[in-house]
Every structure is written in C-alpha cells, then in structure tokens.
Design a protein around this ligand. Structure first.
Ligand code: THU
Length: 160
C-alpha cells in the first residue's frame, strides 16, 4: 500500500488586497447576484468571468419550479461565455452570493457539477482558470485551476 497526498492551496485575501482590475470583476459578480432568479431558495448567486482578451461576462443562478431544471450561476455564466466567444479562453471566474440577510461573510465554493464544467472549460482551451470566491470578510483564491478543488477528476483524457 502507498498513500497519495493530494494538496490544495487556497490563498485568503480581503477585498482591499485585490488589484483594481480584480475588484472590478468581483463587483461585477456581486452585482450579478441582484439579477439572479431564485424565488425558491432565495439564495442569489452571481458569477463574473474575464476572458483572456479582457471581455467580461456575468451571469447568475436561474431557478425553476421543477427544481433540477434550474442552473447555477457558474454554469449559466460559463455556458454563455463559451456560446458567445467560443474561440476565447477563460482567465478568471469570480463567484459571489447573497441570502436574505445580504452578502455572505464567507465565500461559497462551486458545487460539484460546476466544478466539472469548469474542468471541461479548462480542457477545452488548454488553460487553467483562476477561481476567486468572494466573501465580505474574506475571499478565497485558487490560482492554479479547478484540479485543486476536484482532485482525481474525470476528464476527456480517460476517453482516449
Ligand atoms: N448555486 C449556485 O448558483 N452556485 C453554487 O455554487 C451553489 C449553489 C445556486 C443553486 C440554487 O439556485 C441556489 O444556489 C441554492 O442552492
């Protein structure tokens, strides 16, 4: 028997510590929470994606009375970005959330299905995506791509 240790590095920032460019993207994700359609959970999630050419795309969670028919903010945003700009890789994604009590103090991490979609986008453009999770008190930054949040992941390599 041997053991594999899979390590993840998450950098913890406060909002003020980000560059002006990052703060702009974070603010776009925060703003996107206000346009979310979440009448069932009342949990509003926003995402903002910056493409490598500087284009910014935002989105949010879209719920449905038939619950599984809704979609998370991350996937709404990435699918839209890839649908509009199929030839431009994604550089950074920011995720922000708000409940009835307002913006959350600590960041929310992407759900498993969204992690899998982020992985697919990384593979598609052969480029890791920087992931920024916004919280009022602190933010988490994963610099080196989704594999840090999805160890032992299944991707297209296994289909070859
Ligand atoms: N949600 C997201 O949009 N992103 C996440 O990372 C976690 C959860 C949404 C799905 C649903 O509309 C609501 O938040 C409550 O789960």
């Amino acid at each position: 028997m041997r053991e594999m240790i899979l390590q993840t590095s998450v950098k913890v920032y406060t909002y003020d510590e980000f560059s002006a460019e990052d703060r702009q993207l974070i603010d776009a994700a925060r703003k996107a929470t206000e346009r979310s359609y979440a009448p069932y959970s009342k949990f509003n999630v926003g995402a903002a994606v910056r493409l490598v050419d500087g284009t910014v795309v935002t989105g949010n969670n879209q719920e449905n009375a038939a619950y599984p028919s809704g979609l998370c903010a991350e996937r709404t945003t990435l699918f839209w970005a890839n649908a509009q700009y199929p030839d431009v890789a994604v550089d950074t994604i920011v995720i922000a959330a708000r409940s009835e009590g307002g913006e959350l103090q600590v960041p929310i991490p992407p759900c498993g299905a969204c992690r899998q979609v982020i992985l697919e986008v990384e593979k598609r453009y052969n480029r890791t995506i920087r992931i920024v999770l916004y919280g009022k008190r602190e933010c988490y930054v994963i610099e080196d791509g989704i594999k840090a949040l999805l160890p032992l992941c299944f991707d297209s390599d296994f289909l070859e």
